[in-house]
Design a protein around this ligand. Structure first.
Ligand SMILES: [Zn+2]
Length: 272
């Protein structure tokens, strides 16, 4: 299913698509329409900008959608209408947080643009405004749109950019984004283990972990496991899941005195 009406797509040569948020409300205003080629409202409704995409083939005549400082030539500007009053650090989404519908629609819109204008999906050719400085070396004076997802604010700018490009690629292949997130894993001692999520905490089966990493379990009762790991004697609270004793990753990292990190994009916890 195509989202962009065919007559919004003039035949011309474009180099890249730059994604933005308007830093306004959920509906496209006339000012928004002057600055972007395609706008996406909160419910996913598309609004055409005042300038045609072909206006940005050349910016020498001064008639073009001005969306990215010193980078409007050959650049299609797409924006989600949202994030008015948002603050970067500490992150505050304001009264119009970007909706998942907007984010997913933007990926589909960008996919259609890439297909039509034969633009490859790379960090230099499909990117957020907040990535222009990084990938194209053109200063953007602290612009950070649309590099924070209000429903997953822990994702880094790099992760959000890669996530956007992955969604675009998936949309180009005609696949709907997966409904279910991939299962979470634990990476420790150079090996990967499946995780069980309970009450928003991640648990790992202690017996398979100990076997794989050469740790010895001295005793395991209903609520507690006693083991030696890398020369340390540990006592951890354990919980039965599917008949197997599981320990919380956070407890494990604490007992081992090792750093613990959660990567939201890959859904992986790393200890050590
Ligand atoms: Zn922007």
């Amino acid at each position: 299913m195509t989202l962009i009406p065919r007559d919004w797509l003039p035949s011309c040569s474009m180099k890249r698509v730059i994604c933005h948020w308007t830093a306004g409300g959920y509906k496209a205003t006339s000012i928004d329409r002057a600055h972007y080629h395609i706008l996406i409202e909160d419910d996913g409704n598309l609004v055409r900008g005042t300038h045609h995409i072909a206006d940005n083939v050349s910016t020498a005549d001064g008639v073009y959608a001005a969306h990215t400082a010193k980078c409007n030539t050959g650049s299609i500007g797409v924006a989600v209408c949202c994030m008015g009053g948002a603050q970067a650090a500490p992150f505050q989404p304001g009264s119009y947080p970007m909706t998942q519908k907007q984010w997913e629609t933007m990926a589909k819109v960008v996919a259609e643009l890439c297909q039509f204008y034969r633009i490859p999906v790379t960090p230099q050719t499909v990117l957020g405004h907040g990535e222009v400085e990084t990938y194209l070396g053109i200063p953007q004076h602290g612009k950070w749109d649309p590099m924070v997802l209000p429903w997953a604010p822990e994702m880094s700018k790099t992760q959000v950019g890669n996530h956007l490009r992955a969604l675009v690629q998936r949309a180009m292949m005609g696949e709907e984004p997966a409904e279910q997130p991939s299962p979470a894993t634990l990476f420790i001692g150079g090996k990967t283990f499946p995780l069980v999520m309970l009450n928003e905490s991640a648990y790992v089966a202690i017996r398979s972990l100990a076997d794989a990493l050469g740790w010895s379990i001295h005793s395991a009762t209903a609520g507690q496991v006693n083991l030696s790991a890398d020369g340390k004697r540990l006592t951890l609270a354990s919980t039965l899941v599917g008949g197997k004793g599981h320990v919380a990753c956070r407890d494990l990292a604490g007992a081992l005195e090792l750093p613990i990190e959660w990567d939201a994009q890959t859904r992986r916890i790393t200890i050590g």
